[in-house]
Design a protein around this ligand. Sequence first.
Ligand SMILES: [Zn+2]
Length: 389
Amino acid sequence: MTTTVITHIGSLVTNDPAVGEGLLGLVEDAALVLDGDRVAWAGPAAQAPAADRRVDAGGRAVLPGFVDSHSHLVFAGDRTAEFDARMSGQPYRAGGIRTTVAATRAATDAELSANVARYLREALRQGTTTFETKSGYGLTVEDEARALRIAAEHTDEVTYLGAHIVSPDFADDPAAYVDLVTGAMLDACAPHARWVDVFCEKGAFDGDQARAILTAGKAKGLLPRIHANQLSYGPGVQLAVELDAASADHCTHLTDADVDALASGNTVATLLPGAEFSTRAQWPDARRLLDAGVTVALSTDCNPGSSFTSSVPFCIALAVRDMGMTPDEAVWSATAGGAAALRRTDVGRLSAGARADLAFLDAPSPVHLAYRPGVPLVSEVWRAGVRVA
Ligand SMILES: [Zn+2]
């Protein structure tokens, strides 16, 4: 295996406190040694071991590729008109998903796959090297299984979200739709997915329905995660902790009991500020969660309805500006936090044994991701030891 030393790194985010300083395990004037697709060594440039080839980072900051643990990329069409109307004063409601369901059902496999590839390229250019994506715009046995097969062509982190909303075909009988989601649809989808998810919210699925859906998924070998407490207070967060879900996503409306539950369990709170931005909704209070000792992840929620951004740097800037996170906390949450939300230990860090996923910034420090909002600072991306963007 060819080894590569990347040297003259202005500041290196390792997310490993044994290697560097502070939360980010930061090393100034650093080097990284890669062996094939893995990191073999990280530390001060002056101490770097020899390698077969040498790459000069030119003083740029290097951080782990972003881990975007929440997106909805298998869809067709867009919802420009809905966004335009909402920005003209109409509130967001869960039902807008139906527009995308109709467009997605009408699309060919090739169109859906090309769409996923397009948004993943967009994300990759902005530094995202690991991403999760979900079904949820098919809502029939065939369309949900198709969405997951297509997603699995592009990522290992595939989530069955047949319970995104009650299918319009079952508007008069939601209980029958839950039976389908936990029965024939689950049977068809489980072979293509790692995770099971449910939108636990007024207008979507209540706590009992969400429990039934996640429990059925677990029985089929899927790991639970949940859309919880986005639009209103509700049972989602505590259900996530009770079922040992990897992540409770959104967490915008939390009681003290919700925060206590998250602090006591292994469930990550994944915050998705693109959704609050794009719906002009109340920001999740990251500071409150962090002060309680909760593990926080930051992700895009990229979807055509409520958060049509693939940019993790944009989410970092929002989290620092409006959610009480420090720049270091936001960078950690978008890398190591995302990895925790996917229960992964091989990504979201840059120390020995990690996958060599790197984002280079045209900046000397990761603080610039929040300090220079909207500026395309990610200048080079490597995945598994290979330069990909
Ligand atoms: Zn979502």
